[in-house]
Design a protein around this ligand. Structure first.
Ligand code: PMP
Length: 356
């Protein structure tokens, strides 16, 4: 039997997607060639790219005037591509600092210009989302991270601004309904709710590009990638294909409205146990709790060995917390079945019985 995979990313993908993906590696669509040994310019792969792009548009209801790209370099390269494409020479950008990934985005933006850190929860080890901050009006764009994968916090309301709005949605894209028209640039590494590591989804409003006065290296220029339909250079064919399969899976399940309901139920079950069970403490502020990454610690570290043995024996994998907060992190992305969450909850209750 397969393990209950709570890994933060790369992470669980739907079982049927893994099966189809492995078949395609041997013989893609019955053409007697592997998906990964055909040209990216072949009719077969061009169709994959188009399908993947159209599924993103359909699932997220992407309005006219936006381009959907599948790039490489991970979300980390978008930390740099964002200022390259949007920060004017002599301009300024506003960043919300809500975790390790936001901080890394800030560091890259500072290479190209002035950064105004609008608000930060760093002093509280990023255990909450800052509120009541003043959004500056003299910036080229505002950047934030919708879900903080490491700390388990998530924006429930998005910043309101008249400047351009940019969001790193790496760890919660496709998990809840969003209004894309409120954003100017969204990016997300594939390896949570979309597919294997190796491609990055970018959704960008066309009219915002080409206005910085910068010379942008071709590989970092969104306009170049748009003009070549994400095929300026050889695209990551396998990650794009598996992303397409995952998005098809999501569509068949009823789309984002349907998965959002399931995600709410899954998270509610697990947080209820954390709050009920005296042996655990939730890490994130309750109102900012992530529906994707559930972070918690032991009330008494002396019981660590007992709990670790129990979840290991239950076939649970990947719940060790990130080193910056310790404890545990159960990542419960779209493909995580409710049955696996129940196994974790049962283990937490068994632990309570054993220790009390
Ligand atoms: N942003 C967020 C919110 C992430 O969770 C991650 C990776 N876990 C990154 C950025 C960095 O992504 P990558 O490794 O694809 O560069």
């Amino acid at each position: 039997m397969k393990k209950h995979n709570f890994s933060a990313g790369p992470c669980i993908l739907p079982q049927e997607v893994l099966k189809k993906a492995s078949d395609a590696v041997v013989n893609f669509n019955g053409i007697d060639l592997s998906l990964i040994e055909i040209s990216h310019r072949s009719k077969e792969f061009v169709e994959v790219m188009e399908n993947a792009r159209n599924l993103v548009k359909e699932l997220l209801n992407v309005p006219e005037g936006y381009s959907v790209l599948f790039l490489q370099g991970g979300a980390s390269l978008e930390f740099l591509m964002t200022p390259y494409n949007l920060l004017k020479v002599d301009g300024k950008a506003g960043y919300l600092d809500t975790g390790t990934w936001s901080s890394k985005a800030i560091k890259e933006a500072k290479l190209l210009g002035e950064v105004d850190v609008i608000a930060s929860s760093k002093e509280d080890n990023f255990n909450h989302i800052p509120k009541n901050y003043t959004v500056p009006t003299d910036v080229d764009y505002i950047h934030f991270t919708s879900n903080n994968t490491i700390f388990g916090t998530q924006f429930k309301e998005f910043p309101k601004t008249d400047s351009l709005l940019v969001c790193d949605m790496s760890s919660d894209i496709f998990s809840r309904q969003i209004d894309v028209s409120k954003f100017d640039l969204i990016y997300a590494g594939a390896q949570k709710n979309m597919g294997p590591a190796g491609t990055t989804l970018v959704i960008v409003k066309d009219e915002i590009l080409g206005k910085t006065g910068r010379t942008i290296p071709a590989m970092l220029d969104y306009k170049v990638h748009i003009s070549k339909d994400s095929m300026f250079n050889t695209p990551p064919v396998f990650p794009v294909y598996v992303s397409m399969l995952t998005l098809e899976w999501l569509k068949n399940l009823g789309g984002i409205a349907a998965i959002e309901k399931i995600n709410n139920e899954k998270a509610a079950l697990l947080y209820a146990e954390i709050d009920r069970n005296p042996l655990f403490n939730g890490f994130a502020a309750k109102e900012d709790r992530s529906l994707m990454n559930v972070t918690f610690t032991l009330a008494n570290e002396a019981h660590k060995e007992t709990f670790d043995k129990l979840w290991n024996d239950a076939g649970i994998s990947g719940i060790k917390g990130h080193r910056s907060i310790g404890g545990y992190r159960a990542s419960i992305y779209n493909a995580m079945p409710i049955e696996s969450i129940q196994v974790l909850i049962n283990t937490m209750q068994q632990f309570e019985k054993q220790v009390s």
